[in-house]
Write a protein of this length. Structure first.
Lengths: 146, 146
DNA sequence: ATAATTAAGGACAAAATTACCTTTAATTAT
DNA sequence: ATAATTAAAGGTAATTTTGTCCTTAATTAT
């Protein structure tokens, strides 16, 4: 479904929202270990999420690391997809047809449409905070190797 | 969503179901042109679909080509995904967590679940024939460049 | 039988994605 | 101020996916 990059972005952001605050920043090493992702590749993705502080924040130096503000926690998951340039995924034709549209629909168009809309709805209505709270309850999901 | 390979597999199969019969086989060249896919790569994918005649059939030589039997037209789209080994796509965790399950769910698990089931339902209930008939009505969808 | 045609199959190439490593810049603690 | 720490940034490497090409095998038409 999603690329590795997007999966890591979602997992990392949820983890950061769960565990961080301005006072308690998380290092790349901790994040990558926690979400079971390759550290260097994860660094690149965190950079995307940090661009213009669009989703998360970072500071360098001792006791530096990544954190998320209360304000950013109110952002929809969609923002994460935007940050890693995978936001158009749900817009695309399921058969990969460039010209597929309402007026020129592919044979799956109208059956896929409601599903697509549910996906969009899922990522638009859920905030980062809501997800991180769910993560608190529903077992520590995030470590991929456990 | 899907890989190029899967998109081509779906488009090709629908096109073959639309236009072919045992008497009227379609050449690789015609199929690739019609669905706007790279011919050689498409050849590989058609081979997968032809393995054990699981979805489509082929014959070599003059007036050879690809066709689909009436029986195979009754197969669900899911068969196409199986043939190109992308059938597990809908089984996977949306966050890419290997151990995500009903008892150890990721924070998106229960919200994604119904969507996943609709996707599975879509590919399990629609037959190749049904799709190709839709393609007949809903404009010739398949050429990607028009 | 022979030649022509078409898919099958194998090897290879290009592009995209994923992953790694090293240097630089910023920040902090001493 | 200096040294230590951490992310940023750039380059590179490995892997996967996508795409190409060439030879082989099968079938058909002549």
């Amino acid at each position: 479904m999603f690329s590795k990059a997007t999966e890591y972005a979602l997992r990392a952001t949820i983890y950061i929202a769960q565990k961080s605050s301005v006072e308690k920043k998380l290092s790349l090493a901790e994040i990558a270990t926690a979400i079971d992702s390759p550290p260097s590749f994860t660094a690149k993705i965190l950079q995307l999420l940090t661009k213009d502080n669009c989703v998360i924040n970072s500071v360098r130096g001792p006791n530096g690391g990544f954190y998320i503000t209360e304000k950013s926690k109110q952002l929809p998951l969609k923002k994460i997809l935007e940050a890693v340039n995978e936001n158009d995924l749900f817009e695309k034709c399921i058969l990969g047809l460039k010209k597929c549209s309402e007026t020129k629909p592919c044979p799956l168009h109208f059956q896929y449409k409601p599903i697509k809309q549910e996906l969009i709805h899922l990522f638009q209505t859920n905030t980062i905070q809501e997800l991180s709270e769910k993560a608190d309850n529903e077992s520590l999901f995030i470590n991929n190797s456990i």
